[in-house]
Design a protein around this ligand. Sequence first.
Ligand SMILES: C[S@@+](CC[C@H](N)C(=O)[O-])C[C@H]1O[C@@H](n2cnc3c(N)ncnc32)[C@H](O)[C@@H]1O
Length: 219
Amino acid sequence: MVAQDNQLWLAMWKNQQTDFHQPLVNRHLQEYWHRLKVPNMGRVLVPLCGKSNDLLWLAARGFEVIGIELSSLAVKAFFKENQLKPKKTRSGHFTIWRHGRIRILCGDIFLLKHTHLGQIDAVYDRAALTALAEPARKQYVRKLLSLMPLLKPILLLTTEDVDPLRTQDSAALVDQEIFDLFSPHFAIAVSYGDAYPVAFSPATVNKVYQMKRLTAATD
Ligand SMILES: C[S@@+](CC[C@H](N)C(=O)[O-])C[C@H]1O[C@@H](n2cnc3c(N)ncnc32)[C@H](O)[C@@H]1O
């Protein structure tokens, strides 16, 4: 199932079906990031990062950025479009592309181990959880928790359908699912972003979930 989904994503990059890519830095990232209070020069994990310009924004603020992306076409495009010349190395199932404070591990996130990353100080997820099929979402959250045993804050951005009949990713269902998946471990604050009509189709809403660990820090 997951392997099939991987093939679909690889084909989407090959066929340039990448409408999810935003040419500009995400404005909810810019607005909400400081609320996570990530330490200066902290290490930020960006799962399923595509060729997002958000990586550049985080690196420009002094964070060490680790993106995870399945498609080598996406990773190549990220560095090429930003005129960066990365160094490439190999580690287990992953090819690591590195330039300055940005490292992208190219491979399947489900094969990633804590030892690939070291300590993580925060996670930025834009359309990563919700890019996965429903059964893989539980697996994804388990993976995040294993990569981040000390439970650091997460900023999670989604685009959800307002109309409950249109897709399985309606706002009400996604909300419930995110609470079910994360609330045993995190306090969740939801900020509703902008709802806007898409031409000839029902509206979508961009939402912001800020997550902080529930238990008092012992680390
Ligand atoms: C909806 S896109 C979001 C990309 C990025 N976060 C952004 O904001 O543009 C999801 C990305 O996840 C990647 N992906 C899907 N499954 C993956 C997996 N198992 N491991 C790593 N990356 C994966 C896809 O190739 C795609 O680039």
